[in-house]
Design a protein around this ligand. Structure first.
Ligand code: HEM
Length: 243
C-alpha cells in the first residue's frame, strides 16, 4: 500500500495566530518562562553559588539582594505574578489537553511528558521553598547574616535534602528544555539542523545548572562550615576556617 504523507510536520509547531484568545495567553505563557522567570532562575542559581565561597560571602550576597530598593514590589511583579500565571496556565495546558497541544505529533514522547512533570514538581518545590525560606523562620530581609545558618538548618533533614535535589533538578531540566521549546515556537530555530544543535546546547545548560545546584548544596555540608551560627562570628575566624 502506498504510504500517505503525514499532514503534520514533525517536531514542535510554532504558536500560530488565529487560535483565538489562547494565542495571546500561550505567547504570554511561553515568554514568561524565559523572562522574567527563567532570568530569575539563573540569577538565583548564581547568587546561591556564593555559598561555595563560605558563609560570609553568602551573607554578603543575600545582603546585596535584600538591600535592593522596592524588594516586595520586585518580588511581586517580577516573580510571584509571572510564576503564578505560568504555573496555572501550565496546569491548564496539561490537564485540559487543549486540542492544539494534543495534536502534537510528539505528544506521547518522553520530553513532552517530562516538561509537564518537571513543571509540576518545580511548582510544589518552589511553593514549599518560598514558604520556608521567605515567609517562615528567621526573616532574612532584615537578618541577612543568618542566611547560611538558615539553609543549613533546613538541610539537616534528609527528606528536605532529597526534596532540594529533586526540585533543583526538575527546575533546571524544565527551564533548559523550555528554551528549546521557546526557540521552536517563536520561529528562532526552524530547520532540523538548528533544532538539533539547540537540543545539544539545552542539554549542556541543563547539566550545567544541575551541577551548579548540587555543588551549591554540598557547600552547606562542608566540615569547615559545620554548625554556622545565626550570627556570624567576627570576620577573621570564619575566613580562616575556609583554608
Ligand atoms: C522554575 C520555574 C519555571 C521556569 C523557569 C519555566 C520555564 C518554562 C519555559 C522557558 C517554557 C517553554 C515555553 C514554551 O513552551 O514555549 C516552559 C514550558 C512549560 N511550562 Fe514552565 N517554567 C517554570 C515553572 C513551571 C510550572 C510550575 C509549571 C506547572 C505545571 C510549568 C508548566 C509548563 C508547561 C506545561 C510547559 C509546556 C508548554 C507547552 O508545551 O506548550 N512551568 N516553562
Amino acid at each position: 500500500m502506498a504510504s500517505v504523507a503525514s499532514p503534520v510536520a514533525r517536531g514542535v509547531p510554532p504558536i500560530r495566530a488565529g487560535q483565538g484568545h489562547s494565542f495571546l495567553l500561550r505567547r504570554l505563557h511561553s515568554l514568561s518562562g524565559i523572562i522574567p522567570i527563567g532570568a530569575f532562575l539563573l540569577e538565583h542559581f548564581i547568587s546561591n553559588a556564593f555559598a561555595t565561597n563560605g558563609p560570609r560571602a553568602y551573607a554578603d550576597q543575600v545582603k546585596f539582594l535584600t538591600g535592593l530598593p522596592f524588594v516586595p514590589i520586585l518580588e511581586t511583579v517580577g516573580i510571584y505574578i509571572p510564576l503564578l500565571y505560568h504555573a496555572l496556565y501550565g496546569f491548564y495546558i496539561w490537564f485540559r489537553g487543549e486540542s492544539n497541544v494534543s495534536d502534537y505529533p510528539w505528544a506521547g514522547n518522553f520530553m513532552y511528558a517530562a516538561q509537564r512533570w518537571t513543571g509540576g514538581i518545580a511548582f510544589i518545590y518552589i511553593a514549599w521553598h518560598t514558604y520556608t525560606m521567605r515567609f517562615s523562620g528567621i526573616h532574612l530581609l532584615t537578618n541577612s547574616q543568618a542566611a547560611f545558618h538558615k539553609v543549613q538548618m533546613e538541610l539537616q533533614s534528609p527528606w528536605a535534602g532529597a526534596f532540594y535535589v529533586i526540585g533543583i533538578t526538575a527546575a533546571s531540566w524544565h527551564f533548559a528544555y523550555g528554551i528549546y521549546l521557546f526557540c521552536a515556537k517563536w520561529g528562532i530555530t526552524v530547520s532540523e539542523t538548528s533544532r538539533k544543535w539547540m537540543g545539544r546546547v539545552c542539554l549542556v545548560l541543563a547539566l550545567t545548572l544541575i551541577t551548579i545546584g548540587w555543588v551549591t548544596m554540598a557547600a552547606f555540608f562542608k566540615p569547615q562550615w559545620k554548625n554556622i551560627p545565626e550570627k556570624l562570628p567576627p570576620e577573621q575566624s570564619v575566613e580562616r576556617s575556609v583554608h
